[in-house]
Ligand binder design. Structure first.
Ligand code: 9WN
Length: 420
Protein backbone atom coordinates (compact mmCIF):
# COMPACT_ATOMS: atom_id res chain seq x y z
CA UNK A 1 0.00 0.00 0.00
CA UNK A 2 1.05 3.57 -0.60
CA UNK A 3 2.88 5.02 2.41
CA UNK A 4 1.65 8.37 3.63
CA UNK A 5 4.35 10.99 3.40
CA UNK A 6 3.86 14.63 4.34
CA UNK A 7 3.63 16.86 1.25
CA UNK A 8 7.03 18.30 0.31
CA UNK A 9 7.71 21.24 -1.97
CA UNK A 10 10.48 21.19 -4.57
CA UNK A 11 13.02 22.93 -2.37
CA UNK A 12 12.47 20.50 0.49
CA UNK A 13 12.61 17.51 -1.87
CA UNK A 14 15.91 18.79 -3.26
CA UNK A 15 17.32 19.20 0.25
CA UNK A 16 16.23 15.67 1.14
CA UNK A 17 17.90 14.33 -1.99
CA UNK A 18 21.18 16.08 -1.18
CA UNK A 19 21.01 14.77 2.38
CA UNK A 20 20.62 11.19 1.13
CA UNK A 21 23.64 11.59 -1.14
CA UNK A 22 25.65 13.13 1.68
CA UNK A 23 24.78 10.23 3.98
CA UNK A 24 25.68 7.68 1.27
CA UNK A 25 29.10 9.26 0.63
CA UNK A 26 31.79 7.13 2.24
CA UNK A 27 34.68 9.52 1.74
CA UNK A 28 35.74 7.67 -1.39
CA UNK A 29 32.52 7.19 -3.30
CA UNK A 30 28.75 7.08 -3.04
CA UNK A 31 27.20 3.73 -2.10
CA UNK A 32 23.90 2.95 -3.89
CA UNK A 33 22.20 2.40 -0.51
CA UNK A 34 23.44 1.94 3.02
CA UNK A 35 23.52 -1.69 4.17
CA UNK A 36 22.27 -3.48 1.08
CA UNK A 37 24.84 -2.10 -1.39
CA UNK A 38 27.81 -0.90 0.69
CA UNK A 39 30.36 -0.37 -2.15
CA UNK A 40 30.62 1.71 -5.29
CA UNK A 41 28.63 0.49 -8.32
CA UNK A 42 29.54 1.62 -11.79
CA UNK A 43 26.37 2.88 -13.43
CA UNK A 44 24.97 4.04 -10.09
CA UNK A 45 28.01 6.32 -9.84
CA UNK A 46 27.44 7.69 -13.33
CA UNK A 47 23.87 8.62 -12.32
CA UNK A 48 25.19 10.25 -9.15
CA UNK A 49 27.63 12.31 -11.26
CA UNK A 50 24.72 13.44 -13.45
CA UNK A 51 22.55 14.38 -10.47
CA UNK A 52 25.30 16.24 -8.64
CA UNK A 53 26.64 18.08 -11.71
CA UNK A 54 24.76 21.29 -10.96
CA UNK A 55 24.70 21.12 -7.17
CA UNK A 56 28.00 19.62 -6.05
CA UNK A 57 30.37 19.54 -9.05
CA UNK A 58 33.31 18.93 -6.68
CA UNK A 59 31.64 15.78 -5.37
CA UNK A 60 30.60 14.71 -8.87
CA UNK A 61 34.23 14.92 -10.00
CA UNK A 62 35.42 12.91 -6.99
CA UNK A 63 32.73 10.31 -7.62
CA UNK A 64 33.85 9.68 -11.18
CA UNK A 65 37.57 9.64 -10.38
CA UNK A 66 36.95 7.33 -7.46
CA UNK A 67 35.12 4.84 -9.67
CA UNK A 68 37.84 5.06 -12.31
CA UNK A 69 40.42 4.03 -9.74
CA UNK A 70 38.89 0.60 -10.21
CA UNK A 71 39.52 0.52 -13.96
CA UNK A 72 41.57 -2.43 -15.21
CA UNK A 73 44.58 -2.10 -17.52
CA UNK A 74 42.39 -3.63 -20.24
CA UNK A 75 40.17 -0.53 -20.04
CA UNK A 76 37.35 -2.48 -18.36
CA UNK A 77 35.44 -0.40 -15.80
CA UNK A 78 34.19 -2.93 -13.23
CA UNK A 79 30.61 -3.05 -12.07
CA UNK A 80 31.64 -2.88 -8.39
CA UNK A 81 34.60 -1.15 -6.74
CA UNK A 82 35.19 -2.27 -3.15
CA UNK A 83 36.52 0.75 -1.25
CA UNK A 84 35.11 -0.31 2.09
CA UNK A 85 35.51 -3.40 4.23
CA UNK A 86 31.81 -4.04 4.57
CA UNK A 87 30.62 -7.52 3.75
CA UNK A 88 28.75 -8.06 0.51
CA UNK A 89 28.17 -11.18 -1.53
CA UNK A 90 29.67 -11.65 -4.08
CA UNK A 91 32.63 -9.77 -2.61
CA UNK A 92 36.38 -9.66 -3.29
CA UNK A 93 36.87 -13.30 -2.23
CA UNK A 94 34.61 -14.36 -5.08
CA UNK A 95 36.01 -12.07 -7.78
CA UNK A 96 39.70 -12.45 -6.80
CA UNK A 97 40.62 -9.44 -8.90
CA UNK A 98 43.96 -9.15 -7.12
CA UNK A 99 45.08 -12.38 -8.82
CA UNK A 100 44.71 -10.82 -12.26
CA UNK A 101 47.63 -8.81 -13.65
CA UNK A 102 45.32 -6.33 -15.36
CA UNK A 103 43.43 -5.41 -12.18
CA UNK A 104 44.19 -2.25 -10.17
CA UNK A 105 45.23 -2.15 -6.51
CA UNK A 106 41.73 -1.40 -5.29
CA UNK A 107 39.58 -4.54 -5.15
CA UNK A 108 36.88 -4.84 -7.79
CA UNK A 109 34.46 -7.24 -9.43
CA UNK A 110 35.42 -8.82 -12.75
CA UNK A 111 32.32 -7.79 -14.72
CA UNK A 112 31.44 -4.47 -16.30
CA UNK A 113 28.21 -2.40 -16.43
CA UNK A 114 26.38 -0.09 -18.85
CA UNK A 115 28.96 2.48 -20.05
CA UNK A 116 27.14 5.65 -19.09
CA UNK A 117 30.31 7.45 -18.01
CA UNK A 118 30.97 9.30 -21.28
CA UNK A 119 27.51 10.83 -21.08
CA UNK A 120 28.06 11.63 -17.38
CA UNK A 121 31.35 13.40 -18.15
CA UNK A 122 29.65 15.40 -20.92
CA UNK A 123 26.84 16.26 -18.50
CA UNK A 124 29.32 17.51 -15.94
CA UNK A 125 31.13 19.60 -18.55
CA UNK A 126 27.86 21.02 -19.80
CA UNK A 127 26.97 22.24 -16.32
CA UNK A 128 30.41 23.35 -15.14
CA UNK A 129 32.44 24.21 -18.25
CA UNK A 130 35.33 22.47 -16.51
CA UNK A 131 37.53 21.48 -19.46
CA UNK A 132 40.47 20.64 -17.18
CA UNK A 133 38.43 17.87 -15.61
CA UNK A 134 37.44 16.57 -19.04
CA UNK A 135 41.15 16.32 -19.87
CA UNK A 136 41.69 14.32 -16.71
CA UNK A 137 38.91 11.76 -17.20
CA UNK A 138 38.77 11.51 -21.00
CA UNK A 139 41.63 9.01 -21.57
CA UNK A 140 40.12 6.50 -19.16
CA UNK A 141 36.82 6.62 -21.01
CA UNK A 142 38.57 6.20 -24.37
CA UNK A 143 40.15 3.06 -22.91
CA UNK A 144 36.75 1.87 -21.63
CA UNK A 145 35.26 2.22 -25.12
CA UNK A 146 38.25 0.49 -26.73
CA UNK A 147 37.81 -2.40 -24.32
CA UNK A 148 34.15 -2.78 -25.30
CA UNK A 149 34.97 -2.57 -29.02
CA UNK A 150 37.77 -5.13 -28.83
CA UNK A 151 36.95 -7.59 -26.03
CA UNK A 152 33.15 -7.43 -26.13
CA UNK A 153 32.21 -7.37 -29.78
CA UNK A 154 31.49 -11.08 -29.55
CA UNK A 155 29.01 -11.00 -32.43
CA UNK A 156 31.53 -9.24 -34.69
CA UNK A 157 29.03 -6.61 -35.87
CA UNK A 158 29.97 -3.62 -33.72
CA UNK A 159 27.81 -4.19 -30.63
CA UNK A 160 29.11 -4.93 -27.13
CA UNK A 161 27.86 -8.18 -25.59
CA UNK A 162 27.05 -8.57 -21.92
CA UNK A 163 28.37 -11.84 -20.50
CA UNK A 164 26.35 -11.88 -17.28
CA UNK A 165 22.91 -10.55 -16.24
CA UNK A 166 24.65 -8.31 -13.66
CA UNK A 167 26.37 -6.48 -16.52
CA UNK A 168 23.04 -5.21 -17.81
CA UNK A 169 22.23 -3.45 -14.53
CA UNK A 170 18.84 -5.17 -14.87
CA UNK A 171 19.77 -8.46 -13.27
CA UNK A 172 16.51 -10.36 -13.18
CA UNK A 173 15.00 -8.97 -16.38
CA UNK A 174 12.92 -11.59 -18.22
CA UNK A 175 15.21 -10.93 -21.20
CA UNK A 176 17.82 -13.21 -19.62
CA UNK A 177 15.49 -16.09 -18.67
CA UNK A 178 16.01 -18.25 -21.75
CA UNK A 179 19.76 -17.88 -21.81
CA UNK A 180 19.94 -18.77 -18.12
CA UNK A 181 17.63 -21.75 -18.59
CA UNK A 182 19.87 -23.00 -21.41
CA UNK A 183 22.93 -23.22 -19.15
CA UNK A 184 24.16 -26.78 -18.65
CA UNK A 185 22.00 -28.69 -16.19
CA UNK A 186 24.53 -29.26 -13.45
CA UNK A 187 24.42 -28.89 -9.71
CA UNK A 188 25.75 -25.38 -9.38
CA UNK A 189 26.44 -25.55 -5.67
CA UNK A 190 26.57 -21.81 -5.10
CA UNK A 191 23.82 -21.21 -2.61
CA UNK A 192 24.34 -18.05 -0.62
CA UNK A 193 22.06 -16.87 2.14
CA UNK A 194 22.76 -13.17 1.63
CA UNK A 195 22.02 -13.36 -2.09
CA UNK A 196 18.91 -15.44 -1.47
CA UNK A 197 17.60 -12.85 0.97
CA UNK A 198 18.37 -9.97 -1.37
CA UNK A 199 16.81 -11.63 -4.40
CA UNK A 200 14.60 -14.46 -3.09
CA UNK A 201 13.28 -15.48 -6.50
CA UNK A 202 16.28 -15.08 -8.72
CA UNK A 203 18.45 -17.64 -10.40
CA UNK A 204 21.35 -16.66 -8.20
CA UNK A 205 23.10 -20.04 -8.23
CA UNK A 206 23.45 -19.77 -11.99
CA UNK A 207 24.56 -16.14 -11.65
CA UNK A 208 27.40 -17.11 -9.34
CA UNK A 209 28.33 -20.14 -11.43
CA UNK A 210 28.56 -17.97 -14.56
CA UNK A 211 30.74 -15.42 -12.78
CA UNK A 212 33.01 -18.19 -11.46
CA UNK A 213 33.46 -19.69 -14.93
CA UNK A 214 34.60 -16.34 -16.27
CA UNK A 215 36.87 -15.75 -13.27
CA UNK A 216 38.43 -19.20 -13.57
CA UNK A 217 39.17 -18.48 -17.22
CA UNK A 218 41.25 -15.50 -16.02
CA UNK A 219 38.65 -13.01 -17.30
CA UNK A 220 40.01 -13.79 -20.74
CA UNK A 221 38.40 -12.32 -23.90
CA UNK A 222 39.31 -15.50 -25.81
CA UNK A 223 37.28 -17.57 -23.36
CA UNK A 224 34.35 -15.16 -23.71
CA UNK A 225 34.47 -15.44 -27.48
CA UNK A 226 34.85 -19.21 -27.74
CA UNK A 227 33.33 -20.80 -24.64
CA UNK A 228 31.35 -18.62 -22.29
CA UNK A 229 27.72 -19.81 -22.42
CA UNK A 230 26.07 -16.41 -21.85
CA UNK A 231 26.55 -13.64 -24.44
CA UNK A 232 23.80 -11.17 -25.25
CA UNK A 233 23.59 -7.96 -27.27
CA UNK A 234 21.35 -5.77 -25.17
CA UNK A 235 19.66 -2.68 -26.64
CA UNK A 236 19.91 -0.66 -23.40
CA UNK A 237 23.62 -1.38 -22.86
CA UNK A 238 24.36 -0.53 -26.48
CA UNK A 239 22.02 2.48 -26.58
CA UNK A 240 23.88 3.88 -23.57
CA UNK A 241 27.23 3.10 -25.19
CA UNK A 242 26.13 4.90 -28.35
CA UNK A 243 25.09 7.98 -26.32
CA UNK A 244 28.47 7.95 -24.56
CA UNK A 245 30.29 7.68 -27.91
CA UNK A 246 28.43 10.77 -29.11
CA UNK A 247 29.27 12.55 -25.87
CA UNK A 248 32.96 11.66 -26.32
CA UNK A 249 32.86 13.01 -29.89
CA UNK A 250 31.61 16.33 -28.51
CA UNK A 251 34.24 16.40 -25.78
CA UNK A 252 37.14 15.41 -28.06
CA UNK A 253 38.03 18.96 -29.23
CA UNK A 254 38.52 19.99 -25.58
CA UNK A 255 41.40 17.53 -25.35
CA UNK A 256 42.62 18.25 -28.90
CA UNK A 257 41.57 14.77 -29.95
CA UNK A 258 39.85 13.69 -33.14
CA UNK A 259 36.08 13.29 -32.67
CA UNK A 260 35.75 11.10 -35.78
CA UNK A 261 36.52 7.70 -34.20
CA UNK A 262 33.81 8.25 -31.56
CA UNK A 263 31.29 9.38 -34.17
CA UNK A 264 32.17 6.38 -36.33
CA UNK A 265 31.76 4.04 -33.39
CA UNK A 266 28.32 5.53 -32.70
CA UNK A 267 27.38 5.02 -36.34
CA UNK A 268 28.52 1.37 -36.21
CA UNK A 269 26.43 0.75 -33.09
CA UNK A 270 23.37 2.41 -34.68
CA UNK A 271 23.62 0.33 -37.86
CA UNK A 272 24.20 -2.90 -35.94
CA UNK A 273 21.26 -2.25 -33.63
CA UNK A 274 19.00 -1.66 -36.63
CA UNK A 275 20.22 -4.75 -38.46
CA UNK A 276 20.44 -7.11 -35.52
CA UNK A 277 18.05 -5.99 -32.77
CA UNK A 278 15.05 -4.39 -34.51
CA UNK A 279 11.89 -6.33 -35.23
CA UNK A 280 9.03 -3.89 -34.67
CA UNK A 281 10.62 -3.08 -31.32
CA UNK A 282 14.23 -3.42 -30.13
CA UNK A 283 14.97 -6.81 -28.58
CA UNK A 284 18.09 -8.32 -27.04
CA UNK A 285 19.90 -10.89 -29.20
CA UNK A 286 21.18 -14.12 -27.67
CA UNK A 287 24.47 -14.78 -29.44
CA UNK A 288 24.60 -18.39 -28.29
CA UNK A 289 21.26 -19.34 -29.85
CA UNK A 290 21.55 -16.55 -32.45
CA UNK A 291 17.97 -15.53 -31.77
CA UNK A 292 16.16 -12.40 -30.74
CA UNK A 293 14.74 -12.64 -27.23
CA UNK A 294 11.15 -11.70 -27.90
CA UNK A 295 10.19 -9.96 -24.70
CA UNK A 296 9.85 -6.21 -24.72
CA UNK A 297 11.33 -4.61 -21.61
CA UNK A 298 12.28 -1.08 -20.62
CA UNK A 299 15.71 -2.00 -22.03
CA UNK A 300 14.09 -2.12 -25.47
CA UNK A 301 13.96 1.68 -25.46
CA UNK A 302 17.72 2.22 -24.98
CA UNK A 303 18.29 2.97 -28.69
CA UNK A 304 15.98 5.99 -28.35
CA UNK A 305 18.90 7.78 -26.69
CA UNK A 306 20.32 8.16 -30.21
CA UNK A 307 19.36 11.48 -31.83
CA UNK A 308 20.12 9.86 -35.21
CA UNK A 309 17.61 7.03 -34.78
CA UNK A 310 15.61 6.65 -38.04
CA UNK A 311 12.19 8.33 -37.81
CA UNK A 312 10.10 5.24 -38.53
CA UNK A 313 11.79 3.28 -35.72
CA UNK A 314 11.50 6.22 -33.35
CA UNK A 315 7.78 6.54 -34.02
CA UNK A 316 7.14 2.81 -33.72
CA UNK A 317 9.11 2.54 -30.45
CA UNK A 318 7.38 5.58 -28.93
CA UNK A 319 4.03 4.09 -29.91
CA UNK A 320 4.90 0.92 -27.96
CA UNK A 321 6.16 2.96 -25.00
CA UNK A 322 2.97 5.04 -24.81
CA UNK A 323 0.65 2.09 -25.47
CA UNK A 324 -1.20 -0.10 -22.99
CA UNK A 325 1.84 -2.41 -23.13
CA UNK A 326 3.80 0.14 -21.06
CA UNK A 327 2.92 3.67 -19.92
CA UNK A 328 -0.63 3.61 -21.24
CA UNK A 329 -1.74 1.03 -18.71
CA UNK A 330 0.02 2.01 -15.51
CA UNK A 331 -0.48 5.04 -13.33
CA UNK A 332 3.26 5.72 -13.18
CA UNK A 333 6.11 5.56 -15.68
CA UNK A 334 7.70 3.17 -16.88
CA UNK A 335 7.19 -0.51 -16.01
CA UNK A 336 10.43 -2.46 -16.49
CA UNK A 337 8.64 -5.17 -18.49
CA UNK A 338 5.66 -4.91 -20.80
CA UNK A 339 2.61 -5.64 -18.73
CA UNK A 340 1.03 -8.11 -21.15
CA UNK A 341 4.10 -10.39 -21.00
CA UNK A 342 3.60 -13.57 -18.98
CA UNK A 343 6.82 -12.76 -17.12
CA UNK A 344 5.52 -9.37 -15.93
CA UNK A 345 5.42 -9.14 -12.13
CA UNK A 346 4.75 -5.76 -10.51
CA UNK A 347 6.54 -6.83 -7.34
CA UNK A 348 9.86 -8.13 -8.69
CA UNK A 349 12.75 -5.74 -9.40
CA UNK A 350 13.37 -5.66 -13.15
CA UNK A 351 10.34 -7.76 -14.04
CA UNK A 352 7.73 -5.03 -13.59
CA UNK A 353 8.48 -2.19 -11.16
CA UNK A 354 9.35 1.34 -12.32
CA UNK A 355 12.83 2.71 -11.76
CA UNK A 356 13.97 6.33 -11.54
CA UNK A 357 17.10 5.71 -13.62
CA UNK A 358 15.31 4.17 -16.61
CA UNK A 359 12.64 6.89 -16.40
CA UNK A 360 15.45 9.44 -16.50
CA UNK A 361 17.09 7.76 -19.51
CA UNK A 362 13.78 7.73 -21.38
CA UNK A 363 13.19 11.36 -20.48
CA UNK A 364 16.65 12.10 -21.89
CA UNK A 365 15.63 10.24 -25.06
CA UNK A 366 12.42 12.30 -25.25
CA UNK A 367 14.48 15.49 -24.94
CA UNK A 368 16.93 14.54 -27.70
CA UNK A 369 13.97 13.90 -30.02
CA UNK A 370 12.07 17.05 -28.92
CA UNK A 371 9.18 14.93 -27.67
CA UNK A 372 8.19 17.56 -25.12
CA UNK A 373 4.93 16.05 -23.95
CA UNK A 374 6.49 12.64 -23.35
CA UNK A 375 9.45 14.26 -21.57
CA UNK A 376 7.12 16.23 -19.31
CA UNK A 377 5.05 13.14 -18.55
CA UNK A 378 8.18 11.22 -17.55
CA UNK A 379 9.42 14.09 -15.38
CA UNK A 380 6.10 14.61 -13.62
CA UNK A 381 5.39 10.92 -13.13
CA UNK A 382 8.85 10.26 -11.68
CA UNK A 383 8.67 13.22 -9.32
CA UNK A 384 5.25 12.03 -8.21
CA UNK A 385 6.77 8.65 -7.32
CA UNK A 386 9.52 10.06 -5.11
CA UNK A 387 7.27 12.73 -3.58
CA UNK A 388 4.81 10.06 -2.51
CA UNK A 389 7.07 7.16 -1.59
CA UNK A 390 10.54 8.66 -1.05
CA UNK A 391 13.86 7.77 -2.69
CA UNK A 392 13.10 4.09 -2.94
CA UNK A 393 15.02 1.64 -5.10
CA UNK A 394 11.99 1.04 -7.36
CA UNK A 395 8.24 1.47 -7.37
CA UNK A 396 5.02 -0.35 -8.10
CA UNK A 397 4.02 0.94 -11.54
CA UNK A 398 0.30 0.81 -10.78
CA UNK A 399 -0.03 2.42 -7.35
CA UNK A 400 3.38 4.07 -7.02
CA UNK A 401 4.24 2.44 -3.69
CA UNK A 402 7.94 2.04 -2.93
CA UNK A 403 9.82 -1.25 -3.27
CA UNK A 404 13.33 -2.40 -2.45
CA UNK A 405 15.58 -0.36 -0.22
CA UNK A 406 15.23 3.23 0.97
CA UNK A 407 17.56 6.21 0.53
CA UNK A 408 18.66 4.90 -2.84
CA UNK A 409 21.34 7.13 -4.35
CA UNK A 410 20.32 7.28 -7.99
CA UNK A 411 16.70 7.95 -7.08
CA UNK A 412 17.90 10.95 -5.02
CA UNK A 413 20.51 12.12 -7.55
CA UNK A 414 18.22 12.02 -10.57
CA UNK A 415 15.44 13.73 -8.62
CA UNK A 416 17.85 16.65 -8.22
CA UNK A 417 18.26 16.72 -11.97
CA UNK A 418 14.53 16.44 -12.63
CA UNK A 419 13.83 19.35 -10.26
CA UNK A 420 16.27 21.66 -12.04
C1 9WN B 1 24.02 -6.69 -8.49
C2 9WN B 1 23.40 -1.40 -7.16
C3 9WN B 1 22.94 -2.43 -8.16
C4 9WN B 1 22.45 -1.77 -9.47
C5 9WN B 1 21.73 -2.75 -10.38
C6 9WN B 1 20.64 -3.44 -9.57
C7 9WN B 1 21.25 -4.15 -8.36
C8 9WN B 1 22.91 -5.88 -7.80
C9 9WN B 1 21.98 -6.85 -7.07
O1 9WN B 1 21.88 -3.17 -7.55
O2 9WN B 1 22.20 -5.12 -8.79
O3 9WN B 1 24.95 -5.86 -9.09
O4 9WN B 1 22.26 -7.18 -5.94
O5 9WN B 1 21.00 -7.28 -7.69
O6 9WN B 1 19.93 -4.34 -10.37
O7 9WN B 1 21.19 -2.04 -11.47
O8 9WN B 1 23.57 -1.24 -10.17
O9 9WN B 1 22.42 -0.42 -6.99
Amino acid sequence: MMEARPAVDDAALGREALAVLEANWTGTGTVPAPGLYPHQWSWDSAFVVIGLARHRPDRARDELLSLLRGQWATGMVPHIVFHTREAYFPGPAVWRSQENDAAPKVLTSGLTAPPLHGLALWWLYRHTGDAAFVRKAYPALVAQHEYLASARDLGGAGLAAIVHPWESGMDDSPAWDQALAALPAIRYGYRNVELEERRPDSDHERYVWLAMRYRDAGYSPGYLRDEHPFAIEDPMFNGIWLASCQAMAELAPLVHADPAPHAEQAERIRQAMIERLWDGCYYARDLRSDQLIKVCTVGSFGPLLDPGLPGDQLNAAVEVLESARFMGATGYPVPSCEIRATQFDRTRYWRGPSWVNTNWLLRRAAIVHSLDRLGQQLTNGTLRLVRQAGFRECFDPFDGSGRGCRDFSWSAALTLDLLA
